[in-house]
Design a binder for this molecule. Structure first.
Ligand SMILES: [Zn+2]
Ligand SMILES: [Zn+2]
Length: 314
């Protein structure tokens, strides 16, 4: 009797589970610094364009505690499925830090441009065991519970000081750069890195767009809104945005806050709720944009070797 009862109970439990569609868990994106974000859903966690230590005076830099957590394998970097880099500019990527962190996390996958992978290998004290994938536009990287699609996205125009002539030189799309479409936990994210233009396969959708603040200046707000709508996004957040630049965009962004936020500070986050997952035709967005007015800049000064003069043209 007791045995039969247990069997029936087990059957009921299994069928009840089968019969109820499971919502995806919540997903979140947390701003780390500059264009660096942490994407998380369920057990999946991916860092994009982090860690780095260099940057420009206007940018949001990583803190010592963030870098310490990366180097000691502490939260939120205690468990990472992948670290992904759009390019090897110093305000997105530090090869020495990446190599040290990957050595502590041999299971973590590295995805980046040819130069990112090359520089990490060169910086490593000993050969790394981590799986590494070179970003090739249109060629998807499929990992357990995680999909990463590199997208063709030339770097926005920027300037630098020529090493020989010491003159200011404008570079135009010459830098090797990749944007990414990342799927985890039933949600999809577009990270545009430093690009103003991204080649999207027709019909590409994403729940959350992370775009450099330059797209608003380069393409204009209507074009960004059109992209947001075309991709069926719940929300768009501007990255690569310092407190000074925020002031020039604040009015435009405030009037569009239903769909647009700005990551002007570390640890701002946006939560995507299963109740509003657009692919499920459920009620409109329940996104919680937590963007607030920026605090005064207290960024560290550039360290030795950082080209403090260099910057981005917008
Ligand atoms: Zn760059
Ligand atoms: Zn940059």
């Amino acid at each position: 009797m007791g045995r039969k009862h247990r069997t029936l109970h087990a059957l009921f439990a299994c069928c009840a589970t089968w019969g109820v569609p499971q919502d995806p868990p919540e997903a979140s994106v947390r701003h780390l610094a500059n264009a660096g974000v942490l994407l998380q859903s369920g057990n999946s966690r991916v860092a994009v364009d982090f860690p780095f230590t260099g940057g420009f005076d206007w940018a949001v830099w990583p803190t010592e505690s963030q870098i310490g957590a990366w180097l000691r394998r502490e939260a939120p970097f205690d468990r990472l499925d992948a670290v992904v880099f759009t390019h090897d500019h110093l305000d997105h990527f530090d090869p020495g830090l990446v190599a040290q962190g990957l050595a502590l996390r041999p299971e973590t996958v590295l995805v980046g441009t040819t130069r990112v992978l090359q520089r990490v290998r060169e910086a490593a004290a000993a050969p790394l065991r981590n799986p590494m994938f070179e970003a090739r536009a249109g060629q998807p990287i499929q990992l357990k519970g995680l999909g990463i699609l590199p997208l063709k996205a030339p770097h926005a125009r920027y300037w630098d000081i020529h090493p020989v002539t010491k003159q200011r030189v404008i570079y135009d799309d010459g830098y090797i750069h990749s944007a990414y479409h990342i799927t985890l936990g039933g949600y999809s994210f577009l990270h545009g890195g430093d690009a103003h233009q991204i080649d999207l396969p027709p019909g590409t959708t994403a729940d959350l767009l992370l775009l450099t603040r330059g797209v608003v200046r380069g393409l204009g707000l209507p074009a960004v809104k059109e992209l947001h709508q075309r991709m069926g996004a719940q929300h768009t957040a501007l990255i690569h945005l310092g407190p000074t630049e925020w002031k020039t965009l604040e009015v435009a962004i405030q009037s569009e806050k239903d769909w647009l936020s700005a990551f002007t500070e570390r640890d701002l986050s946006i939560v995507l709720s299963p109740k509003s997952h657009p692919t499920r035709n459920l009620p409109p967005s329940k996104v919680v944009p937590k963007a607030r007015l920026p605090v005064p800049a207290t960024e560290p000064a550039p360290g030795p070797g950082h080209p403090a003069e260099a910057g981005h043209l917008r």
